[in-house]
Design a protein. Structure first.
Ligand SMILES: CC(=O)NCCS(=O)(=O)O
Length: 349
C-alpha cells in the first residue's frame, strides 16, 4: 500500500481527509488566463485598457476576457491572501487549486499562501488546453506524459519539492485535439498507478464531457474518482445531464458568481445565473446524485476578487448555501456537497 493511500496531499504535505472541512473543488489563486484573451466589442477598446474603475465594474463583469490586465490573477497574491483569511472566517477549510502547466502554475506561492492562511491547498498536476501545449509537450508519448504527472504527485513539480494532490484541471477543447487526447490517456495511466483524483476541463459542447469520459475509460481511468468541471456552461438539457450523470463522474458546478449575458467563447451558450445553478443542483439532488455533486467559483480573473468589486472565494459559503437551503437541499445534503464528496474524491485509494 502506498504512503499516499487514505490521505489527501496538500502543498504542505499529507493530511488526514477529516482535516479538510468545507472544500471548493475548483479555484485558482495564482494564474494567467492570457491564453484565452478575447478582443473587446468594437468601440470599447479604451475601457478595456484601463477597466479598474467603479464605473467600469459592470463592463468587466460582462467582458472579463477582453482586458489583458484582468487576466493576470498572478499579480494579486496579497489580495488572495486576505481573501483566503476571509474564506476561513466564513467556514472554509480547503481549496483545490486547478492551475496546470500552460497557465502559469506557481507552487511556491501556493505553499506560502497555505502556510500564511491555514487554508489547505491541493495543487494540480498535468496540462491545460491545447493552445497552451509547448512543442515539447506535443512531441511526448503517453508514457512520458504519464511519468511526468506521476512525478509531479510523488516528488514535486516545476523543479520544486512541492507535490500535487490531484491531476488536473486537464484541459480539453471541442473537438478534442490529438495532443489533448494524449494528455487525457496519460492522466488515466497516472491515475491507475497512483489511485489519485483527476479533474477535467471539458470543451464547450454538450457532447464534450461524455467524449472525455470515453477516452479516459478506454485508457483505464477511474471515472468514479474523476470530476467533470464547468457543467454550468456545458450541458443544459436535463435529460442529457442525467444521461451524463449515469457515467459516474463527480458533477461540478464551478462558475458560481459568474453571471454574464454573452459568453464569448460560445455565443450559443446562455450562461446561467446563480439561481439557475442552484435549481440544477436541487434537480440533481432530487434525482439521487447528492453523493456526486461538487461546487466552486473557479476564480480565474481579477474582477472576481473582492478587491475589485467581485464575489471572492466566500460567495458560496455566504450566499449560495442559504439559497440551497431555501430550495429544498437539506443541511445534510449541503454538507455532503461541500465536505464529504470533496473528501472522498481527494483521498488517494
Ligand atoms: C480557468 C478555466 O479554465 N476556467 C474556465 C473558463 S470557461 O469559460 O468556463 O471555460
Amino acid at each position: 500500500m502506498s504512503k499516499l493511500s487514505g490521505k489527501v496531499q496538500t502543498v504542505l504535505g499529507l493530511v488526514d481527509p477529516e482535516q479538510l472541512g468545507r472544500t471548493m473543488t475548483h479555484e485558482h489563486l495564482t494564474m494567467s488566463f492570457e491564453c484565452c484573451y478575447f478582443p473587446p466589442p468594437p468601440g470599447d477598446e479604451a475601457v478595456a485598457v484601463d477597466p479598474f474603475h467603479m464605473q467600469h465594474m459592470h463592463w468587466l463583469r460582462q467582458n472579463p476576457y477582453s482586458s489583458h490586465e484582468n487576466l493576470l490573477l498572478q499579480q494579486e497574491t496579497a489580495a488572495v491572501h486576505d481573501e483566503l483569511l476571509a474564506y476561513r472566517k466564513a467556514g472554509g477549510g480547503a481549496i483545490v487549486e486547478n492551475t496546470t502547466a500552460g497557465i502559469e502554475r506557481d507552487l511556491p506561492a501556493l505553499r506560502q499562501l497555505a502556510k500564511d492562511t491555514g487554508v489547505h491547498i491541493i495543487a494540480g498536476a498535468g496540462y491545460y488546453v491545447d493552445c497552451t501545449h509547448t512543442e515539447d509537450t506535443r512531441k511526448m508519448s503517453v508514457e512520458k506524459l504519464s511519468d511526468i504527472m506521476v512525478s509531479e504527485v510523488l516528488h514535486g513539480a516545476d523543479n520544486t519539492d512541492i507535490r500535487c494532490g490531484v491531476i488536473g484541471e486537464i484541459g480539453t477543447g471541442w473537438p478534442i485535439t490529438e495532443s489533448e487526447a494524449r494528455v487525457l490517456r496519460a492522466a488515466a495511466h497516472a491515475q491507475t498507478k497512483l489511485g489519485c483524483p483527476v479533474i477535467i476541463h471539458p470543451g464547450r459542447n454538450p457532447a464534450a464531457p461524455a467524449e472525455v469520459v470515453r477516452i479516459l475509460q478506454e485508457a483505464g481511468g477511474d471515472i468514479g474518482k474523476t470530476v467533470m468541471s464547468h457543467l454550468d456552461r456545458t450541458i443544459f438539457d436535463h435529460g442529457e445531464l442525467l444521461e451524463f450523470a449515469k457515467l459516474g463522474s463527480y458533477l461540478e458546478y464551478d462558475l458560481f458568481g459568474m453571471e454574464m449575458l454573452n459568453y464569448p467563447y460560445n455565443l450559443v451558450v446562455d450562461m446561467p445565473s446563480d439561481s439557475q445553478r442552484v435549481k440544477t443542483l436541487a434537480f440533481l439532488v432530487k434525482e439521487g446524485y447528492e453523493d456526486k455533486i461538487v461546487i466552486a467559483h473557479d476564480i480565474h480573473t481579477k474582477n472576481r476578487l473582492v478587491k475589485f468589486g467581485g464575489h471572492g472565494y466566500s460567495h458560496i459559503l455566504k450566499n449560495i448555501v442559504p439559497k440551497m437551503l431555501l430550495r429544498d437541499i437539506s443541511q445534510h445534503q449541503v454538507d455532503k456537497i461541500l465536505i464529504d464528496n470533496p473528501k472522498h474524491w481527494l483521498t488517494f485509494k
